[in-house]
Design a protein around this ligand. Structure first.
Ligand SMILES: NC(=O)c1ccc[n+]([C@@H]2O[C@H](COP(=O)([O-])OP(=O)(O)OC[C@H]3O[C@@H](n4cnc5c(N)ncnc54)[C@H](OP(=O)(O)O)[C@@H]3O)[C@@H](O)[C@H]2O)c1
Length: 238
């Protein structure tokens, strides 16, 4: 059975590479992006390499955009097997202007915007697509988190981003618990420090390495982990 995957923030970085790798695994991929031009161009690039990738617009902050996508998927496919919640922002430094964005100077607006994209968007997409997954009793949801959200290793700086990823992990655990009697496996992943626009040029991993555990979790067997945080295919501490 050919699986259908949806990736958020698929126009660049880890999201784009996840689309490529999932499609290379024979999965039909809907690459989504908030910017239609960039998203279409990214999907065309993968399509022209012979990969089964299509584009649909999605701004995870927009209720209308989420509803449009839901209607499209229900009408055209009637199913969704894999959801990769990859879209995310890290705006602490940009918003507070300092090289080291301290919690002592953080503005609530930075927290609000960060939570909106990194947590509330994921919540809404899960609320919309888990019922569809339940219909087929199959689903794999990958919430792209970060070691910066691990409570066990919490340190300073980038407070809005850190708090958003801790909250995302909590959401992963709550959702996974609520679907524990189904074949829907929901996990968080830390991709490591990856060379993307967000990670910057000094990051230690390339995007292929970064998406490895994302793709692993997106294609888990039925007895795979649920409600966990993983890095390098291993469960790590929250
Ligand atoms: N790179 C790292 O080292 C690293 C480490 C740990 C975790 N992560 C996580 O990995 C994920 C991907 O990050 P990345 O490194 O690939 O960063 P990136 O290159 O900055 O890409 C972020 C993606 O998210 C999209 N996005 C942001 N807000 C959105 C919205 N409201 N609706 C839809 N799309 C939105 C961006 O779209 P636009 O192009 O339109 O802005 C872009 O496609 C993020 O969740 C990030 O927190 C990254």
């Amino acid at each position: 059975m050919k699986r259908l995957a949806l990736v958020t923030g698929g126009n660049r970085g880890l999201g784009f590479e996840a689309c490529r790798q999932l499609a290379k695994n024979g999965i039909d991929v809907i690459l989504t992006s908030r910017d239609a031009k960039k998203g279409q161009a990214a999907a065309d690039e993968l399509k022209s390499a012979g990969l089964p990738v299509t584009f649909h617009q999605l701004d995870v902050n927009s209720e209308q955009s989420i509803t449009d996508l839901k209607n499209f998927i229900e009408k055209e496919h009637g199913r969704l097997d894999i959801l990769v919640n990859n879209a995310g922002v890290m705006i602490d430094r940009k918003n507070n202007g300092d090289e080291y964005p301290s919690v002592l100077k953080a503005e609530l607006e930075t927290f609000r915007q960060t939570m909106e994209s990194n947590v509330f968007g994921v919540l809404r997409l899960c609320q919309v697509f888990i019922p569809l997954m339940k219909k087929n009793n199959y689903g794999r949801i990958v919430n792209v988190s970060s070691g910066m959200g691990q409570l066990s290793y919490m340190s300073g700086g980038w407070p809005a981003y850190r708090v958003s990823k801790t909250a995302l992990n909590s959401l992963t655990a709550i959702l996974a618990y609520e679907v524990k009697d189904t074949n829907i496996l929901i996990n968080s992943v830390c991709p490591g420090w990856v060379k993307t626009e967000m990670g910057g040029p000094n990051a230690t991993r390339n995007v292929e390495e970064g998406v490895d555990t994302m793709v692993y979790l997106a294609t888990l067997p039925d007895n795979g982990p649920r409600g966990k945080l993983l890095r390098d295919r291993q469960i790590i501490a929250w």
